[in-house]
Write a protein that binds this ligand. Sequence first.
Ligand code: DGL
Length: 364
Amino acid sequence: MTRRLIGRSCAFALVALTLHAVVSIAADLPRVRLVATGGTISNRAGSRLTADELLLAVPSLSRYVRAEAEQFANVASSQVTLDQWLQLARHINDLYQKDPALSGIVVTSGTDTLEELAYFLDLTVRDVRPVVVVGSMRNPSTLGYEGAANLLEGFRVAAEPAARNKGVLVVLNDEINSAREVTKTDALRLHTFQSRGYGVLGVVDPDRVVFYRDVVKRHTAKSEFDLAGVTTLPRVDIILVYQGATSDLVKCAADAGAKGIVLAAAGAGATAPGQSEGIDYAASKGVFIVTTTRTGSGRIAADRAQPASMAAEDAPAAVLQRRQRNSSSIAGEDLTPLKARVLLMVALTKTQDPATIQRFFTEY
Ligand code: DGL
């Protein structure tokens, strides 16, 4: 009888010890918070997955992190408004400010406009801790739904100390891309998110998260953009350059109240002859004109990058065109038209000085 009692107490002690070990290991895991906004990753037929249901879809999450979740929105990415962008950036800044023990934040988004939201957060969240944006191409009701895998990888990256100080990261399909560089390149394929010539920042492998390079442009904690006091983002439109394009769309944007126009120009910055009058009209109304390339990669150099002594006959036509326009002409550097629009909107909340805005385009 006594021996049986001793045996039982030993068993209890063992269970208690094991439980204690499990609880303390769990307590040591990084805390990562999901802020869900919707998108295909939650777009289950019938009813969308909630933030909590998203966590339940990834049972192995508890091996890596202590996960928590909140619902910010539950809509397609194209339905998220610019006011919600402001609210989301403020909310993430608040979460980090009030919770020094929080290790990382994962944001789910629809993939269609994910790259725009991600770059906005890259410019406006001011913390070294990771913000990882995750989505999926297949919805939860589809065979081969990859959302749960992407979410797990997003959480693993958000919990990874090496992911700090790298700006906002986009994680899908086992790859980590910089929010500044990544673009959705395919309407349907799983490998749609690409950083083109720059390549991935790192990968999420079964054994560990691996980074291969850093982000040298300014972002997050080194950003000078402060949303305190910003109630609305200024209107900035994108106008595509193509053969035979005319001036009316540019004029219309200016008349409709655009504070900036991003030209998705041909090649290294050429516009259609028919657009010149409209661009000059917009510039004369004080609208900032940012030239980017529609090619998908490459750089539009700031005029000051051209030797001042460069003879007119040696300067590229696009540079001459911009020199002739007033000082509100900005070179978009290597930003795609979509990213340049995001930067210009954010820039215009801070300054109206063209030289400062040009500096932003070289530094961010
Ligand atoms: N394609 C999805 C997006 O980018 C939309 C799907 C949905 O959530 O309704 O948001």
